[in-house]
Design a binder for this molecule. Structure first.
Ligand code: PLP
Length: 446
């Protein structure tokens, strides 16, 4: 009885632990394509690719073979003191070639949180190297999700992540979230809203003192904060402000990387020129834990010179550049290319987005938003006047439970937006099934 054992010993992540003792776990035992199965053999179509990560679904044998081959050749090696496995160098070269042009150097870690922690440490080390030891503050945004470690959890601006954990730490600041539908003032156009947010950032940097602000971090499209697609000119305006104040831009592509929104990286879609970029999740299609941090040549040059002076660049993890994860990542990238996953995403995007769009007349739906195979359906109490649910935890839980009953795994963000990030290999029929089962769950929730 897995349920009894689970409740007896297992502390889950992002879960109401007290309620879990009553509800018990959802135990999955097998995966096939875009579906997972529970112990009774019931199939669930995965509308979220797990946690936005299993891009190639749940039964890609080539990834298992790649892991097996590496495990039986060189199962582990680290990258401390100049050592590494050959396969990790191959992956480093491949990712630098794929990444936006100004990014020429790469480090590895195991999770998105570690990658963002690393990005912060890189920025701090860099500004020490540049003789700007006071320039250390990092600005993030309300509703951002950058992970849960102490630093990344401080960048994250979702109550559940910081509340009760004494976060954020010092040196982290936050500015507004670019969600026009929810946060724009009456009559404010997307353009005006973007200008207001850029002005707010400018004012924040001036208030803190430009000599104390090191970097701004952003997801091209906010994921866990509600799949927030920014206004078209938002990043252009934001980057202008950052340039004025010599503030670096860290682009968190942990969700948006590797084709999720129809471009290889979100940076391309929004015209972002990052100084540092973090990757994870779909890099290995989640078959092995791995993340990466890419940086501009000039940042590398400074930190390399500094490490020469100090004797070492004292950062990195036991599993940084793990050869099994590297082999899985390389195979994932080969599959993305061979099967033209990017082309596939672009071909099925119109179907996907219009299937969800068809719910915009539903009485509970205020907005449908998204890019590529990433979307959210915003639930509202009333459309006009716009009224959002205050405490919809019960509604969210009910909707997810109805989804399970109908055979789809859904996720509700911030208790009022249903997120969709189906596997990149989804067919039109899969997407129709997801939309259909979601619709049934939504109707049950009315
Ligand atoms: N950054 C973004 C945009 C994420 O969505 C996540 C996780 O969902 C993270 C960072 C943290 O990644 P991890 O859970 O692998 O630490």
């Amino acid at each position: 009885d897995w349920s009894a054992i689970d409740r007896a010993v297992y502390v889950h992540s992002s879960t109401n632990l007290q309620q879990h003792l009553v509800d018990g776990p959802m135990v999955l035992t097998r995966g096939e394509g875009v579906r997972v199965f529970d112990g009774d053999g019931k199939a669930y179509i995965e509308a979220m690719s797990g946690l936005w990560c299993a891009g190639l679904g749940f039964s890609e044998k080539r990834l298992a073979d790649a892991a097996y081959k590496q495990m039986t050749t060189l199962p582990y090696y680290h990258n401390f003191q100049g050592k590494t496995a050959d396969v990790t160098i191959e992956l480093a070269e491949r990712l630098v070639a794929l990444a936006p042009k100004p990014l020429t150097k790469i480090m590895f870690a195991s999770s998105g949180s570690e990658a963002n922690d690393t990005a912060i440490k890189l920025v701090w080390y860099y500004n020490n190297a540049r003789g700007k030891p006071a320039k250390k503050k990092i600005i993030s945004r309300e509703q951002a999700y950058h992970g849960v470690t102490i630093a990344a959890g401080s960048l994250t601006r979702l109550k559940a992540i910081y509340d009760g954990f004494d976060l954020p730490i010092d040196r982290i600041r936050h500015v507004g979230c670019p969600h026009h539908y929810k946060l724009a003032q009456d009559g404010e156009s997307e353009e005006q809203f973007a200008t207001r947010l850029a002005d707010e950032l400018d004012a924040k940097i001036r208030e803190e003192g430009p000599d104390t602000v090191a970097a701004f971090i952003a997801e091209p499209i906010m994921g866990a904060g509600g799949v927030i697609v920014p206004p078209a000119t938002y990043f252009e305006k934001i980057q202008r402000v950052l340039k004025t104040h010599d503030v670096l831009l860290i682009c968190d592509e942990v969700i948006t990387g590797f084709g999720r929104i129809g471009t290889m990286f979100g940076a391309e879609k929004f015209g972002i020129a990052p100084d540092i970029m973090t990757l994870g999740k779909q890099m290995t299609s989640a078959y092995a834990p791995m993340s990466a941090i890419l940086m501009r040549e000039s940042i590398f040059e400074s930190i390399a010179a500094e490490s020469g002076k100090r004797g070492t660049f004292g950062h990195g993890y036991t599993y940084s550049g793990h050869p099994v994860s590297a082999a899985v990542a390389l195979e994932t990238l080969r599959i993305y290319e061979e099967r033209d996953i990017l082309g596939h995403v672009n071909r099925i995007t119109p179907t996907f987005q219009s299937l969800l769009e068809s719910y915009s007349n539903h009485p509970l739906v205020g907005e449908v938003r998204g890019e590529g195979l990433l979307a959210a359906v915003q639930l509202v109490q009333s459309k006009s006047p716009k009224k959002f649910f205050d405490t919809t935890a019960g509604l969210a839980k009910y909707l997810v439970a109805r989804g399970h009953e109908h055979g789809v795994i859904l996720r509700v963000l911030q208790n009022d937006a249903v997120a969709f990030a189906p596997p990149l290999i989804s067919t039109e029929d899969d997407l129709k099934q997801i939309a259909d089962l979601f619709g049934r769950a939504l109707d049950d929730t009315l």
